[in-house]
Structures are given as C-alpha cells and as structure tokens.
Design a protein around this ligand. Structure first.
Ligand code: TYD
Length: 146
C-alpha cells in the first residue's frame, strides 16, 4: 500500500492488547514474545526506552509502514494513539500485556513511572524515512477520514 492509502485507512480500532503467555512461579515470572500466529507481524527489531524522566513525552510521530508491539516490561506509562479522527489511550502496567500498534497512527507516550522500561518490537528495520514527525503533515494525510 502507498503512504496516502495507509494514512487514509488507518484506524485506532486496529490497536489491541495481546496477552502474552505468563509463566508465573513463586520465584519470578517469565513471558515470551516470538514470531507466531499471536503476533501480527514478523519481529525484525527490538529497542527499549529507559532512564525516562517522569515528565518526558516520547513518540510524537507516526510510521508509514512500521508496526509495533509496546510492552511496559517495568513500571507503567500511557500510550495515546490517534488516526486523525479518533484517539485511544492505553495505560500499560503489566509486563505480559503487549499493545499492538499498526502503521499510520500518531503516537504519544507519557506519564512514565519512575524506573519504567518501554520495550518496543517492530516489523521493520530502523529508517528515518518511515517517520512522519510533522503533525500538520499527519493531519493532511489523514484528511480523507474527516
Ligand atoms: P524516536 O523513534 O523518535 O523515539 P521515541 O518515539 O521513543 O520518542 O527515536 C529517538 C532517536 O533514536 C532518534 O534520533 C532516532 C534514534 N533511533 C535509532 O537510531 N534507531 C531506532 O531503532 C530508533 C527507534 C530510534
């Protein structure tokens, strides 16, 4: 799909929480993310945010092709997603919940708790060309929905 089609069709209704398997034991828990039918894309990259000040605002962009899974592996934070028409917010605070974020959505991440770690698994390698960082450009691309 081309960029215009992706942004014209993206919807926050396609976001969802994927509950990961949780191996809970008295001496600690373990969850796994691997490429299987529970995950909507093949994982190509992993990065994580840490040392995040409580008043930080991360995100502030949309992706053209890249899809993500976002996991609060420690602590909690809020992810707000917009499709140019509607917004949805998710408070992530469980290491076994992964938020699926399709392409074409504006994302903001804030309200980080002290010591929180935000793990992101993605469908594409990193390239700055995949970003829309200008909100007015995002609004133009999503104009067909309004
Ligand atoms: P960015 O995606 O804007 O972070 P966030 O959405 O969490 O606010 O990336 C922050 C910086 O890190 C930016 O200069 C690009 C760089 N970066 C990489 O070099 N590789 C990566 O895989 C990612 C995600 C970012």
């Amino acid at each position: 799909m081309d960029k215009e089609t992706i942004f014209a069709q993206s919807t926050v209704n396609d976001c969802r929480i994927i509950t990961l398997v949780r191996n809970a034991h008295e001496n600690g828990s373990l969850s796994v993310v691997e490429n299987n039918s529970a995950i909507p894309f093949d994982i190509k990259r992993v990065y994580y945010l840490y040392d995040i000040p409580g008043d930080a605002e991360r995100g502030g962009h949309a992706h053209i092709e890249n899809q993500s899974l976002i996991i609060a592996v420690s602590g909690c934070f809020t992810v707000t997603l917009g499709d140019g028409k509607e917004q949805r917010s998710f408070q992530l605070n469980r290491p076994y919940n992964a938020l699926y974020v399709p392409a074409g959505l504006w994302r903001e991440i804030n309200d980080f708790s002290s010591g929180s770690v935000c793990l992101v698994l993605t469908s594409e390698p990193y390239t700055e060309d995949d970003y829309v960082r200008d909100y007015s450009e995002f609004l133009k691309l999503t104009a067909p929905k309004r």
